[in-house]
Structures are given as structure tokens and as C-alpha cells.
Design a protein around this ligand. Structure first.
Ligand code: PGA
Length: 235
């Protein structure tokens, strides 16, 4: 299974290095062979060799150039980063990235062979508008995306569940994942208020190939426990 930590705009470089080291020590001590990804803040990237795959939370679709405040491939290449998160709801809804911009980013990093964790998910008002509207909204987030890309991982993250402590019911997660699996056979993660208290249940659900964890992943021991749960499920 795939267990991913999105550290967002948290931790310093020193704390991030310590975090990744602690996760790796835990994985090797407990013979955990799951795919573990960590997305630190961009300024905390380092050249990393180890069991944890370190990815970028964002980058601009360029090798380099005049894009003030952004980083491009050249800055990722320095740290051998080959994994990127694209389409996270905070980038769609807070930063205002459009589907067109995300498609450009996706294609750029796809052409460079990156592992891409591509996020989809609906805001609360869309969910409340009913199932068809919700699936229609999520379908638009698949537009322009090569759903058969071999290095693609998709994360279903309902916007209203991110950082709120709210989660869909297990039945809802299973039902939505089933529909999303028809759009792509890429591994499909669930994200949105996954905690150490619900991770095992979520990981065990049909159609869930892993989890993308935000706030709860900041507690390194919680994140390690989630990796252990994934191992114990032997899916
Ligand atoms: P959360 O965030 O676990 O804090 O809800 C998940 C995410 O943003 O990927």
C-alpha cells in the first residue's frame, strides 16, 4: 500500500530531516515494505537517499526561467526529486490553480517521468448538491489528465474533510472509490482527516490502496503507526 505524508507549510529543514530519519528507522526496525512518501515544504528538500520517497508539494512546469516565487525542474533535480503532488485542494482553492494550469503541470512532469500524486475531490456545497453533481465535478478534475500514465497515483480527498476532522462514511469512501476506479486503474489513495484512530479502518476498505495524511502525519509516531497498519493488512 501507499502511505503518504503531506507536511504542507510545516517544520523546518532540521526537523524535516529528523522526521524522515525517524520514519526510516521505524520502517527498517519493523520490516515495513510499504511504499512511503513524504512531501516536505519546498525549502526543506535535501538530497535524500533512503527507503522513504521524498516528493515536492509543488513546482512550476518549467526547467528554469523567470517565474518569481516558483521552482522548476532544475531546483528539483539538484535534490534528485522525481515525485510531485499535483492538484491538491489547497492549491486549487486557496492558490487558485485552474484545471488548465494543472494539466500543463501534469504533462510537464509526466514527460520527465515523475511519479505524480494527483488529487481530486469536491467541496461541501458540491457534495450537498447530490451524487450526480458531485461525480460530475470530480470527473472534470480528470479532464486532460492521462489516467493511464504508469507513474500515476490518484488521491481522492473531499475538500470538506481536509483538516476538519470530518470524514465520509466508510460506505461512501468505498462507493466513490469504486466509481473512480472506473476512470483509472492507478492506485487510489483516500485523504482527508485520516488519523491514527481511523487509519486502519480506512486502509482496510475496498478500493483504498493507501492514504494521504496531512495534520496527523505531523506526529511522526502516528504516521509510523499508520505505516505499520498498512503492513499488517497485507492487501
Ligand atoms: P488532513 O490533510 O489529513 O489534515 O485532513 C490531508 C491533505 O491535505 O492531504
Amino acid at each position: 500500500m501507499i502511505i503518504a505524508a503531506n507536511l504542507k507549510t510545516n517544520l523546518t529543514r532540521e526537523k524535516t530531516i529528523k522526521y524522515i530519519k525517524e520514519v526510516e528507522n521505524f520502517l527498517s526496525k519493523n520490516s515495513i515494505s510499504q511504499e512511503v512518501l513524504v512531501f516536505p515544504a519546498i525549502s526543506n528538500l535535501t538530497l535524500h537517499v533512503g527507503d522513504v520517497i521524498v516528493g515536492a508539494q509543488n513546482a512550476y512546469p518549467t526547467i528554469n526561467g523567470a517565474f518569481t516565487g516558483e521552482i522548476g525542474y532544475e531546483q528539483l533535480e539538484e535534490f534528485a526529486i522525481k515525485t510531485i503532488l499535483i492538484g491538491h485542494s489547497e492549491r486549487r482553492h486557496i492558490i487558485g490553480e485552474t484545471q488548465d494550469a494543472l494539466v500543463k503541470k501534469f504533462n510537464f512532469y509526466k514527460n520527465l517521468g515523475f511519479k505524480i500524486v494527483y488529487c481530486v475531490g469536491e467541496p461541501l456545497e458540491v457534495r450537498e448538491a447530490g451524487h450526480d453533481k458531485m461525480m460530475g465535478y470530480i470527473s472534470k478534475q480528470y479532464e486532460g489528465i492521462d489516467t493511464s500514465y504508469e507513474n500515476l497515483i490518484i488521491a481522492y480527498e473531499p475538500v470538506w474533510a481536509i483538516g476538519t476532522g470530518l470524514t465520509p462514511t466508510s460506505g461512501d469512501i468505498v462507493a466513490i472509490h469504486k466509481e473512480l476506479k472506473e476512470k483509472s486503474s492507478a492506485p487510489l489513495l483516500y485523504g482527508g482527516s485520516v488519523k491514527v484512530t481511523n487509519a486502519k479502518e480506512v486502509l482496510a476498505l475496498d478500493g483504498v490502496d493507501g492514504i494521504l495524511v496531512g495534520s496527523a502525519a505531523l506526529y511522526v509516531e502516528h504516521f509510523c503507526t499508520m505505516c505499520e497498519y498498512a503492513q499488517s493488512l497485507e492487501k
